[in-house]
Design a protein. Structure first.
Ligand SMILES: O=P(O)(O)OC[C@H]1O[C@H](OP(=O)(O)OP(=O)(O)O)[C@H](O)[C@@H]1O
Ligand SMILES: O=c1cc[nH]c(=O)[nH]1
Ligand SMILES: [Mg+2]
Length: 209
């Protein structure tokens, strides 16, 4: 069973509360969503391995630490995942970016894939899938499958708000994928929206309502 972790850092919690408010406009929603993504990535990269390197400072040679092991890539689930990419790249500017296009049918709630473009060395990277909302888990599971089909070996799922239904669905279908959220909310409503949630994250990020 994969791990599910709620990142309880006070700044993450504070900023998430800020964007839940329905009066928050597109500019602020976008800005703060990226700030939360940045803080989340800081938290979830604590376990990255380090190795020793020799550095010559103006004072002489010494052994210091540098990142070792697999390189990273961030993979937004379009559209709403795009609202977290800049925040991740602020911390890991050399990360590659893959894209998975996915929309959820409003009636059936089933996901439909419409675009996939990944770095060619996908099998050698730790992939951070980002999407603000994990609702039924259908989109996340389809995105994970799309990456595995193309060779991905190491995937982490990073969401702002998770519903219990979505966490369970991903843990069952993809037990090797660890999930990180800023909040675990109460439930899904009859239309498949997370309650209390954020509303429609894509519409709020891009002003399309
Ligand atoms: O867990 P699920 O039940 O699959 O729902 C979550 C998905 O729904 C939203 O995307 P949406 O389909 O609204 O597309 P958009 O990002 O283009 O708005 C959200 O960004 C997730 O990708
Ligand atoms: O609450 C939800 C559920 C799915 N997609 C959203 O944007 N919001
Ligand atoms: Mg949407």
């Amino acid at each position: 069973m994969s791990n599910f972790t709620v990142l309880n850092h006070p700044l993450i919690q504070h900023k998430l509360t800020m964007i839940r408010g329905k009066e928050v406009g597109t500019k602020d929603f976008r800005e703060v969503a990226n700030e939360i993504a940045e803080l989340m990535v800081y938290e979830i990269t604590r376990d990255l391995p380090l190795k020793d390197v020799e550095v010559e400072t103006p004072m002489g040679k010494s052994i210091q630490k540098t990142l070792a092991g697999k390189k990273l890539a961030v993979v937004p689930i379009l559209r709403a995942g795009l609202g977290m990419v800049d925040g991740v790249l602020r911390l890991i500017p050399a990360a590659k970016v893959g894209h998975v296009g996915m929309y959820r049918d409003e009636k059936t709630l089933l996901p439909h894939e419409y675009f996939v473009k990944m770095p060619s060395d996908i099998d050698k990277r730790i992939l951070f899938i980002v999407d603000p909302m994990l609702a039924t888990g259908g989109s996340a599971n389809m995105a994970i499958e799309a990456l595995k089909k193309r060779g991905a070996k190491s995937i982490r799922l990073v969401v702002l708000v998770a519903a219990p239904e979505g966490v369970k669905a991903v843990q069952e279908a993809n037990p090797d994928v660890d999930i990180y959220a800023a909040a675990l909310d109460e439930k899904l409503n009859q239309d498949g929206y997370i309650v209390p949630g954020l509303g429609d994250a894509g519409d709020r990020l891009f002003g399309t309502k």
